[in-house]
Design a protein around this ligand. Structure first.
Ligand code: A3P
Length: 298
């Protein structure tokens, strides 16, 4: 059974989450966690399903919007994805095809059929310093009393909890190590890794690669339109004109999806002190020494 926990940093910052089987989950994870994880494991995957897997604040909405436009052929912005983690199985089963679902769970929690090669997985990864500053500013933006009762964080406090893995989804490092294991062991060719920093550098060629991977139309006019509609500017403008879902309304009072902030590489420099950065670099070097993933920080 999942149990509610309150984790605290040395300076008294805190987060309320759920803990199950030594893993931290967001407090709005469905049901008692155990049963929902079992439902996900057994879920019937469709050939044209896409699962967008991300560590929080790594560009979930970006990868979802791109995948969704490519899969459906429609280039309109639709806001937030349906998360496997936060949606009951009946709703997921009733979604029309092609489904593009998101999750902050690691690949090992995914449906058995995906592991057997059915459906497609779009993984999106981002350097851990920008993830940390995005997580911090996101938590600060949540202006609903319910949420304020769940998260109270200073930057120092967030960094301490983040490095210690006492945040939803655990440590970024373990998340990457889990992908390294999948790279080594998974037999199928139904996984693509998108890297946030590469997408910022050249969105067009990443859109083409993703289109090929998803078996979508590769007509240049279509790809150009998708690229144009998935820039930070375009997505943040579109999102400001869209009323967020009820789930989001529960965490914000201003009716604007609190996702689009700066959308840059290197904004972490505005948050890390020199000492915090030196410490982080040391941890990164140690934890990533056997990883096949490499991240740029600017
Ligand atoms: P910042 O807070 O650094 O601006 P997620 O969707 O996983 O919650 O990730 C949110 C982060 O992705 C935010 O980062 C957001 O601005 C960024 N993002 C969303 N869409 C983007 C886009 N089209 N281009 C670049 N960054 C984007």
């Amino acid at each position: 059974m999942a149990a509610p926990v309150e984790v605290r940093s040395q300076d008294g910052s805190f987060m309320k989450m759920l803990v199950y089987d030594n893993n931290y989950f967001m407090s709005f994870f469905v049901g008692n966690i155990k049963d929902h994880l079992a439902d996900i494991e057994q879920m019937e995957v469709r050939d044209d399903d896409t699962f967008v897997l991300t560590y929080p604040k790594s560009g979930t909405h970006w990868a979802y919007t791109l995948s969704s436009m490519l899969r459906t052929g429609e280039t309109t912005y639709h806001g937030s994805p349906t998360f496997l983690d936060f949606t009951n199985m009946e709703t997921i089963n009733n979604l029309p095809s092609p489904r593009v679902l998101a999750s902050h769970l690691t690949f090992n929690f995914m449906p058995r059929q995906i592991k057997e090669g059915k459906g497609k997985v779009v993984s999106m990864l981002r350097n851990p310093k920008d993830v940390a500053s995005s997580m911090y500013t996101f938590a600060k933006k949540l202006d609903h009393p319910d949420y304020q009762a769940r998260y109270q964080l200073s930057w120092e406090g967030l960094l301490e909890l983040y490095l210690g893995g006492r945040v939803p989804s655990g440590t970024w490092f373990e998340y990457i190590q889990a992908w390294d294991r999948v790279k080594r062991d998974h037999k199928g060719n139904n996984i693509i890794h998108l890297i946030y920093e590469d997408m910022k550098q050249d969105l067009g060629s990443n859109v083409r690669d993703l289109a090929v991977f998803l078996g979508a139309s590769c007509e240049q006019d279509f790809l150009d339109k998708v690229t144009e509609n998935c820039t930070f500017k375009s997505m943040s403008t579109d999102s400001a004109n869209l009323t967020p879902s009820e789930q989001w309304m529960n965490v914000t009072n201003n009716k604007i999806l609190p996702i689009y902030r700066k959308g840059e590489v290197g904004d972490w420099k505005n948050y890390f002190t020199v000492a915090q950065n030196e410490h982080f670099d040391k941890v990164y070097k140690e934890k990533m020494k056997t990883s096949s993933f490499n991240f740029r920080f600017q």
